[in-house]
Ligand binder design. Sequence first.
Ligand code: GSH
Length: 217
Amino acid sequence: MTLTIYGMTGSPFVRKALVVAEEAGVDCAFEVVNVFAAPDWYVEQNPLKRMPLAKLNDTYIPDSSAICGAISRLAPDSDLFPKDAEAYGRALWIEEYADSDVAAKIGLGIFRPIIFAPMSGKEPDTETADKTMAEVLPPVFDYFEKQLNGGLHFVGDAFTIADVAVLCQMINLRHAGYTPDAEKWPGLNTFIETHSARPIVRKWIDCDKPVFKASIA
Ligand SMILES: N[C@@H](CCC(=O)N[C@@H](CS)C(=O)NCC(=O)O)C(=O)O
């Protein structure tokens, strides 16, 4: 079996696929491809031109959720993919919510104005980001706080695909210099702190450092 994941560090979706592969104990190589100037072979395999794209043996699989689905078949005993139907359904829901609505809110409202603006010679737009933190993200943080319910995991007692998906979005929030207020959302803060310290997660956060020099601690 060979698995290669293509994309760029800093992407929450690339980080999610890499963390899931490694946490599941699946050997995985990472190759950098700049999707903003994607080579022809990449576009041929991924018409969305997004990252990540994976190659499993001779088969190309775009999209982090599809890649994680394939990994779940390579590591069927991993706790990342709950066996129980209800728990698995909940985990996939939290993954989907983090990857869609939450990713869009953080991407457009925080990441783009703070991280992308300086890359194109503009000042960071802290006004937009502050407004997103004050007005757009609180219901998301409230929902996550409630779902964690004082625990460290979104589903059951194990680190699952749900935790990885949420964590990868929260890491990008932190890369932009923002964290949910610890007084209002203590459980979410503990979740982020605790799982960011996992060696595999930490390794990929460290790989982001050259991309986001300013903000990463
Ligand atoms: N649903 C996709 C989302 C992937 C995605 O949006 N990736 C972004 C980077 S974080 C991307 O490739 N953006 C490049 C573009 O849209 O041109 C997944 O889970 O893989």
